[in-house]
Design a protein around this ligand. Structure first.
Ligand SMILES: *Cc1c(COP(=O)(O)O)cnc(C)c1O
Length: 419
């Protein structure tokens, strides 16, 4: 069971809303820091353990700074993400570029930063060399194909656009050796929002065996093996969180079983986890604007799918609490909606909740990853503010809400005046 408790009192929340109107996302600094420490502790046995935080999950430089202070690097997949990481003080090989269908300017920036480049395809070797030059250290993304099951979010590996096949992988490392590159890493990401501890150990096992094969066939001693992101979080209260300590121990076991006897005992383990680092420590706060009763009972919020896309896009569950009614019985069944002209704009369907009144504050849980960052402007919806609940209890604005001026700013060729 995962407890769903909003770390702000009702009274404090009303004070925050006086200054920053709803909707907004608010992130819990203390919890994020403690969680980051927990991951490092679970892998304290691993030489040079690294976490490259997946910037796309929560691309706010203030958050990246906090994570950097806790020892994290950054996993980037676009030019703005590289720049955000750089500005947050994450530099050199603490940045990993894991992108696909990569444009030249991303490669150029990664080379300029001295970041680790993780190539998604064998054809990208030539593209990289021509457009940006070759780095000193090279990593490749492995796609194991049908030997791994996949799931709804990430899909089946053989249907996934990412990574190189095993055969291509061996060829790619060989090409790089011939080109004089001497330092290597290996990467995969085959699971997403996975809650089963064993899945991570199984991935590690597959990758460690591959590392031994690479050593035997090509004489490569990998500097690091990046096991990707995909550590899940319990979105539903009845789900269990991943036991990071058990995952750490399980991976240690296969490390000693497979890598150490092969002489690969200094291979560093890396993750590029996003969701599991910040996901549970973000909350979308909204206000109830309307109640509509037709064939169903609808509660309309001032937030919409533009603020949190996961329920509409994946049918994902996000826990919802009505502030001040946490202990009231859930006697009602509601659809909780936003205002987009899309029927999938629902935060919850047929959700049991206490009786809701107009003006009630609603907290939607687990928005600290793939929440605000997946926001969009469809239907003229503006992206919300992001707040940080600091360790000292103060609330800091770390991104203001968009205004209509922002929304209109990119328009050209129109002869009238909009604002
Ligand atoms: C999205 C992504 C991640 C992060 O995934 P989480 O589910 O947030 O852990 C890591 N690596 C790559 C390559 C990704 O695409």
């Amino acid at each position: 069971m995962s407890k769903k408790v909003f770390p702000v009192s009702q009274q404090q929340l009303e004070k925050i809303i006086e200054k920053y109107p709803t909707p907004f996302h608010i992130y819990d600094e203390k919890a994020i820091r403690l969680n980051m420490r927990r991951l490092f502790k679970a892998f304290a046995w691993a030489p040079g353990f690294r976490e490259y935080y997946a910037v796309k999950a929560l691309p706010n430089p203030r958050i990246l700074q906090i994570l950097r202070e806790e020892g994290a690097g950054a996993d980037c997949s676009s030019l703005p993400e590289l720049i955000l990481s750089e500005k947050a003080g994450i530099t050199g090989e603490r940045i990993m570029l894991t992108s696909n269908d990569t444009p030249a300017d991303e490669f150029q920036k990664a080379i300029e930063l001295g970041a680790i480049i993780n190539l998604d395809d064998i054809s990208h070797i030539e593209y990289l060399e021509q457009n940006a030059g070759l780095p000193k250290i090279m990593s490749f993304r492995y796609n194991p194909g049908s030997i791994v099951g996949g799931n709804d979010i990430i899909g089946k590996p053989e249907e996934a656009k990412y990574g190189l096949t095993r055969k291509q992988l061996f060829k790619a490392y060989k090409i790089m050796q011939q080109k004089g590159v001497g330092r290597f890493g290996l990467h995969t990401m085959v699971i997403s929002n996975e809650l089963n501890d064993n899945a991570f150990v199984a991935t590690a096992k597959m990758m460690f065996k591959l590392a031994v094969d690479l050593k035997n066939q090509l004489g490569i001693s990998l500097e690091f093996i990046n096991l990707g992101g995909g550590i899940g979080i319990p979105y539903r209260p009845e789900e269990h969180e991943v036991n990071l300590e058990a995952v750490g121990q399980g991976i240690e076991r296969v490390y000693k079983e497979i890598l150490v006897p092969a002489g690969l005992d200094s291979t560093e383990i890396a993750f590029e986890s996003g969701r599991a680092i910040t996901g549970p420590y973000g909350y979308l706060v909204a206000t109830v604007l309307h109640e509509k009763k037709t064939y169903k009972d609808y509660i309309g919020l001032d937030a919409s799918m533009a603020n949190l896309m996961r329920p509409g896009m994946y049918g994902a569950y996000h826990h919802i609490v009505v502030v001040g009614k946490e202990d009231k019985p859930c006697t009602k069944i509601y659809d909780i909606t936003g205002s987009l002209c899309e029927n999938c704009d629902k935060f919850a369907i047929n959700r049991n909740l206490p009786e809701i009144q107009i003006g009630d504050r609603v907290v939607i849980f687990d928005t600290g990853a793939h929440g605000h960052s997946m926001g969009f402007n469809y239907n003229g919806k503006l992206r919300s503010a992001e707040l940080l609940l600091r360790e000292d209890g103060e609330v800091e604005l770390i991104r203001r809400a968009e205004t209509m001026t922002d929304y209109f700013a990119t328009l050209t060729g129109f002869s009238g005046s909009i604002m």
